[in-house]
Design a binder for this molecule. Structure first.
Ligand code: NOJ
Length: 505
């Protein structure tokens, strides 16, 4: 036996026992971006100051406080309208590359229309954007994160086709005022949520006509998106050099078993929940997914409607909507198991009845503080791969991913969640070649979680709602995320965070 032999045995044994092998150091590409997100109604407060108009969320939470879990509203929330400089300091401290925030339409256009442009609203977002640039933080701007001017809702909101033109007017103001300083725009955040829950569920404006109004809303959102994409390409792109996307909510739909029925049901669920918006925009067809068209047309006929409840695009609209994206914004939180539904409990007509599937979550999946959100990192990788193969590997910016937990600064479960999902993302990028350009944690701060009020906390920073200053304090997860954002790598077994990141894996 020579020395060489002993050395190789030693190396072999050392490799086997070295825990960093089982838990390797994973780094993201050089130009990969890390950021955090918020939305205007959820953090700004200042609901009626400095010329801001009323939004549908102002009206809804004031009119029906009992519908919100804790009977609260976003009147003050995190008071970011007055405390945005403090927020930028937190972003700086976190070391993120970008900040995704949304612009409040009624803060810019109090009447909804461009007859009255609110100077103070323009000033506010200019100051926020300038402060971000001063700190080397890239603004990623969502034009619409659910706070429609109430005036426009009084005309039918997203169910009225004319809204597409008003959205274009609003977008024009944004490009003109901020376009020289913004490289990433998102037209809409989660149209599935605000159309389905807003016009056929519990969210503002409180519409109760699923199967009709949610489809009208979706239709006009797609038309509006296409028009704004064209406007940017024709009038602003050359000079401003930015890119435009839309953010879709993409929960993974896993077949409940390997049976053909369950696989078909899962695919139907994917087409109804993400294909509804992705298919028209990300494919050359520029139209709804075939399965949606087929099921809704058939059901409408059976239910004696004169025409399909799913509207048709004109050929000009198809032209405008197809391929109207530079990147896809993707929000992902959780996974569902899917099988065919018996449709006994769904209303007729309704989106759920048309989709005709049954969704559930496994009891063993780790829980969050939101009933719908279970921790399933592998679903993230599958969702990214489905988008890659279905839509020809588009550029993706993960615009939201996060977990709600009970208040408290020691949040190892959040560290564990982020770490697990980032490892799945790393596999999707390096092993599966998905084109993902950045990752956004939702959210920078605790905030108004819509119908759940302040009861569900997603923040890397905790907000003390008892204090007039709305004091912000970093959680353990803020220092974990700071480590990831500044090194571009996930911790290894020798790093401090391993204690938290290894639990539940
Ligand atoms: C999606 C929405 O865009 C955001 O507003 C919400 O707070 C998070 N998901 C968490 O539910």
């Amino acid at each position: 036996m020579d020395v060489q032999y002993f050395v190789s045995i030693f190396i072999l044994l050392w490799r086997r026992t070295d825990s960093s092998d089982a838990y390797p150091k994973l780094c993201f590409p050089e130009d990969f971006m890390f950021g955090v997100a918020t939305a205007s109604y959820q953090i700004e407060g200042g609901w009626n100051v400095s010329g801001k108009g009323e939004s549908i969320w102002d009206r809804y939470t004031h009119q029906y406080p009992e519908r919100v879990f804790d009977h609260k509203n976003g009147d003050v929330s995190d008071d970011s309208y007055h405390r945005y400089k403090e927020d930028v300091k937190l972003l700086k401290e976190l070391g993120v590359n970008f900040y995704r925030f949304s612009i409040s339409w009624p803060r810019i256009l109090p009447t909804g229309f461009i007859n009255d442009i609110n100077k103070d609203g323009i000033r506010y977002y200019n100051e926020l954007i300038d402060e971000l640039h001063r700190n080397n933080i890239e603004p990623v701007v969502t034009m619409y994160h659910w706070d429609l001017p109430q005036v426009l809702q009084d005309l039918g909101g997203w169910t009225n086709p004319i809204i597409a033109d008003y959205f274009v007017d609003y977008a024009k103001v944004l490009f003109k005022e901020f376009g020289d300083k913004v490289r990433f725009w998102l037209t809409f955040n989660e149209p599935l949520s605000f159309c389905h829950d807003g016009y056929g569920g519990n969210d503002a404006p409180g519409g109760q006509a699923s199967g009709l109004e949610d489809y009208m809303c979706g239709h006009n959102v797609l038309r509006a998106h296409g028009k704004v994409y064209t406007l940017y390409s024709k009038e602003y792109r050359n000079e401003q050099q930015g890119s435009i996307g839309i953010t879709l909510d993409i929960a993974w739909m896993e077949p409940a078993t390997t049976s053909k029925e369950d696989q078909d049901a899962a695919e139907t669920a994917r087409q109804f929940t993400y294909g509804w918006f992705a298919h028209p925009i990300l494919t050359d067809e520029g139209d709804y997914p075939q399965i949606m068209r087929q099921r809704i047309d058939q059901n409408s006929k059976r239910q004696n409607f004169a025409r399909s409840r799913l509207p048709h695009f004109t050929s000009d609209e198809v032209q405008e909507i197809r391929s109207s994206f530079d990147f896809l914004g993707l929000n992902h939180y959780t996974t569902y198991m899917v099988s065919p539904g018996d449709n006994k409990t769904s209303a007729v007509p309704s989106f759920n009845n048309d989709m005709g599937v049954s969704m559930s979550q496994k009891a063993e999946w780790p829980k969050s503080n939101s009933s719908w959100l279970k921790v399933v990192p592998w679903g993230f990788r599958k969702a990214l791969n489905w988008v890659k193969t279905t839509y020809n590997n588009p550029n993706i910016l993960v615009t939201e991913n996060g977990i709600s937990l009970k208040p408290g600064l020691h949040d190892p479960k959040r560290v564990n969640y982020i770490d697990g999902y980032l490892r799945a993302l790393h596999d999707a990028i390096y092993k599966d070649k998905c084109r993902v350009i950045g990752y956004t944690y939702w959210s920078l701060l605790d905030n108004f979680e819509w119908m759940r009020g302040f009861s569900e906390r997603f923040g890397l920073y905790e907000v003390d709602y008892e204090s007039a200053e709305r004091t912000r304090s970093p959680r353990l997860s803020a220092s974990y995320f700071n480590n990831v954002a500044t090194t571009g790598c996930l911790p290894t077994s020798s790093d401090d965070y391993v204690e938290y990141t290894l639990t539940n894996k």
